[in-house]
Ligand binder design. Structure first.
Ligand code: GYE
Length: 325
């Protein structure tokens, strides 16, 4: 934790210096993406003496997030920033923040609460991310002459009920339906390497063949690769010749980039965690009397080291496939 960031447990917040006090309820630290997201927030605000950032780590529990928000309300913070673990279950506590006249900025995953209960949301289009990676798979399979009937996919899902899981799973399911692919199994790896490894090891014992593993984040991909390799398999693009293809999302950590470069992960749908500057811009606009956009989507790329597919199209928009750097 940085010098200017304090814990929600310190219930006294000093507003006397005229600082803008932000209470940030973070989901946890389950993945490299999440750590980069927290760092983006601390780096953005800790270096700026006009702000005080209070961070609460909810350790994946919505009940902890609700408690943190109630503490922020008691502390009379100026803004609440919420990175919600799941979409549902926020109406009551957001109503309390509204009652207290504290603007609530939602980041990353969405809430399914009525729109008047929060100020705005900024994050990624998770459904689009899923569709992009699956369109890459379609173009790749066409290029190597792989029939739909020869593709056997398993889905290592994210935290159930989170926008990232719901959107990425739907992107997979809709595209698989469109092209007649079989999804043999779906189970949550909870966005962690350890859980994904365990789930994949079980799937390898239960289903045969599996030639594509759709991991809903990079940390899950790391666990999946360990499971496949320790069962004697190899990962890569040569699914025609017995390899298992790993697909994933984020593209944030050095390890994910390295795996992308050497082809252990065949395609990565970028998910951008750098929300600190975006939240700051939103707050500065609100302070200046400018109403923020209700929903702000971040533009994201698709990465693959393979040059077999140069571009894909989703919903009439074309995306170039980028090299990983
Ligand atoms: O992809 C995953 C993380 O909600 C976008 O959560 C986020 C997801 C991200 O733990 O790595």
């Amino acid at each position: 934790m940085t010098p200017d960031a304090s814990s929600a447990a310190d219930s006294e917040v000093d507003t006397s210096k005229g600082k803008i006090v932000i209470g940030f309820s973070q989901v946890g630290a389950e993945s490299d993406w999440r750590k980069a997201h927290t760092l983006s927030m601390t780096e953005t605000f800790a270096g700026d003496s006009r702000y005080e950032l209070i961070i609460d780590d909810a350790q994946q529990k919505q009940s902890n997030q609700i408690t943190a928000i109630r503490t922020f309300i008691q502390q009379e913070v100026d803004y609440i920033v919420l990175a919600p673990v799941t979409e549902s279950g926020w109406d009551t506590v957001l109503g309390e923040a509204k009652e207290a006249n504290i603007p609530v900025i939602i980041v990353d995953r969405k809430v399914d609460a009525p729109q008047d209960l929060f100020t705005c949301w900024v994050g990624s289009d998770f459904y689009l991310e899923g569709c992009k990676v699956m369109e890459w798979l379609k173009s790749y399979c066409d290029a190597i002459g792989m029939e739909a009937s020869d593709i056997y996919i398993v889905d290592i899902q994210g935290t159930y009920g989170s926008s990232a899981q719901l959107g990425r799973t739907k992107g997979l399911v809709d595209t698989a339906d469109k092209y007649g692919w079989t999804i043999k199994a779906s189970e949550s790896g909870e966005y962690t390497q350890a859980k994904a490894r365990e789930v994949m090891a079980k799937m390898l014992r239960t289903y045969d063949p599996i030639n594509v593993v759709y991991c809903e984040n990079d940390n899950e991909a790391f666990g999946v690769i360990e499971a496949i390799e320790s069962a004697g398999g190899t990962v890569g693009n040569s699914i025609k010749y017995g390899q298992t293809m790993v697909l994933s999302f984020d593209g944030v950590s050095d390890q994910a980039k390295e795996y992308g470069r050497i082809g252990k992960i065949s395609c990565i749908g970028e998910c951008n965690p750098l929300h600190g500057p975006r939240v700051k811009r939103i707050i500065e606009n609100i302070e200046a009397g400018i109403e923020p956009e209700k929903y702000e989507y971040v533009d994201e790329a698709v990465f693959s080291a393979s040059t077999t597919v140069s571009h894909i199209t989703v919903d009439h928009r074309t995306y170039m496939i980028n090299e990983i750097n």
